[in-house]
Ligand binder design. Structure first.
Ligand code: MLT
Length: 335
C-alpha cells in the first residue's frame, strides 16, 4: 500500500492484521533494545510532513513515528517562508516535496489535496507514499485507525465484546468532524451494526456520508437527544465543535474563529447513567464537551487513544514502506 486517504478500500481481515502488527510494534518498541533496532529499519528514507492546518497529536505522533523508524523527517507548513508567499501554485509546491521525499504526510484544509497529489505524481512519474493526516472536513483515516485499534486492544486484552458487536453513538459536530466520518467508514468495514447519530439541527451528518453508511448495511439511528442513547450505547465518540469551518464567526480581537459552545457535554452525571463498561472517546483536542472531572473515570479512554496514535502511525509507516526496508532488517524489526 503506497497511499492512504480513506478506509473503505480496506477489508476486515486487513484491519485485523494491521491491529496485530500495531500490537507487535507497541510491545517491541516499548523496550530500549526494540527502539535501537527500529532506528535502522528505514534510516535511508526521507519523510516530509506537509501541514497547512494546526495539529498537536497528529503532527507530533507522526514526527515521533518517523524518528522511531530512523527516517529523516522534515516539517513544512507551506506558509510565509515558502515560495507560496511568492505566488507559487500548490501543485508546484507539492511536486517539489515529491522531488525530495519518499513519504509525504499531508494535512490540509483541502479534502482533495492528497488525491490530486497522487494523480499529479502518477503523471509526473513519482512513486511516493502519501498519507492523509487530515483532509478538510472529510478525511482522517489514521485517527480512525487509532480509534479502532484502541477498541480492538481493549477487546483483545480484556476479552470484552468485539468492535462489531458494540453499539456506537457519534455525538455533536457530525457535519464538520472528519474524525467522525473516517470512523464511520472504518465501522462499515469491520461490520458494526448499529450507530446512533446524535446531533442538533445544523450539525447533522451530511446526506452523502449517511447514504454511504446505509448502503454498507449500517443501521443508523438519528436523534438530537443524548438522553435517548445514554443507557444504550457502548461507545460514545464526541469530537469538539469544529468552529474553524464557520467562516462568518471570527473573533475580531484575536483573528481566531469564535469557539462554539458544545451541543452536548459528557458530564459526571451523564457518565453515571452510562453502562459500567462503556467507553468515552474523542480524537482530541477536547474543549468543553469533555470536562476534566471525567478524565479519571476508567471509561474515559481518550488519553489512551492519544498514546496509541504513536504505535498506530509507526506500524502504518512500517507497513507502507516495507519494500524499502533493507532485507536483513525485516526479521530484526519483528513486525
Ligand atoms: C482533527 O484534526 O480532525 C482532530 O484530530 C480532531 C479535531 O481537530 O477536533
Amino acid at each position: 500500500m503506497f497511499f492512504l486517504n480513506s478506509l473503505e478500500a480496506w477489508t476486515k481481515q486487513e484491519f485485523e492484521d494491521f491491529f496485530r502488527s500495531v500490537w507487535v510494534v507497541k510491545n517491541n518498541l516499548s523496550t530500549p533494545q526494540g527502539r535501537v533496532l527500529s532506528q535502522s529499519a528505514l534510516s535511508h528514507v526521507h519523510a516530509t510532513l506537509f501541514f497547512d492546518q494546526p495539529s498537536t497529536r497528529t503532527k507530533m505522533s507522526f514526527m515521533h513515528a518517523c524518528e522511531f523508524l530512523g527516517m529523516h523527517t522534515y516539517y513544512f507548513d507551506g506558509g510565509a517562508s515558502s515560495s507560496s508567499a511568492k505566488g507559487e501554485s500548490i501543485q508546484d509546491t507539492y511536486r517539489t516535496l515529491g522531488a525530495y521525499s519518499d513519504v509525504i504526510i499531508v494535512r490540509s484544509s483541502d479534502k482533495n489535496l492528497v488525491l490530486d497529489m497522487r494523480q499529479d505524481f502518477k503523471a509526473w512519474g513519482y512513486n511516493k507514499r502519501i498519507i492523509q493526516a487530515g483532509g478538510g472536513s472529510e478525511f482522517h483515516p489514521t485517527q480512525a485507525l487509532l480509534d479502532l485499534y484502541t477498541l480492538w486492544e481493549k477487546s483483545f486484552l480484556e476479552k470484552s465484546s468485539k468492535i462489531e458487536e458494540k453499539t456506537f453513538a457519534l455525538i455533536g459536530d457530525l457535519k464538520f468532524g472528519r474524525a467522525i466520518k473516517s470512523l464511520l467508514r472504518g465501522l462499515q468495514v469491520v461490520g458494526a451494526k448499529k450507530v446512533y447519530l446524535v446531533a442538533k439541527k445544523g450539525s447533522e451528518l451530511p446526506a452523502e456520508n449517511k447514504i454511504e453508511a446505509l448502503n454498507s448495511g449500517l443501521d443508523l439511528v438519528e436523534t438530537s437527544s443524548f438522553e435517548d442513547v445514554i443507557e444504550k450505547a457502548d461507545v460514545f465518540y464526541i469530537p469538539r465543535m469544529q468552529s474553524e469551518y464557520e467562516s462568518v464567526s471570527s473573533d475580531a480581537r484575536q483573528g481566531q474563529p469564535k469557539i462554539k459552545t458544545p451541543d452536548f457535554v459528557v458530564s459526571p452525571e451523564s457518565l453515571s447513567q452510562m453502562k459500567p463498561d462503556a467507553y468515552v472517546m474523542s480524537p482530541l483536542p477536547r474543549l468543553q464537551e469533555l470536562p476534566e472531572e471525567i478524565d479519571t473515570d476508567q471509561r474515559a479512554i481518550y488519553w489512551e487513544q492519544e498514546k496509541n496514535g504513536l504505535w498506530v502511525r509507526i506500524a502504518l509507516l512500517h507497513h507502507m514502506c516495507k519494500d524499502l526496508i533493507l532485507k536483513n532488517k525485516i526479521e530484526e524489526f519483528g513486525a
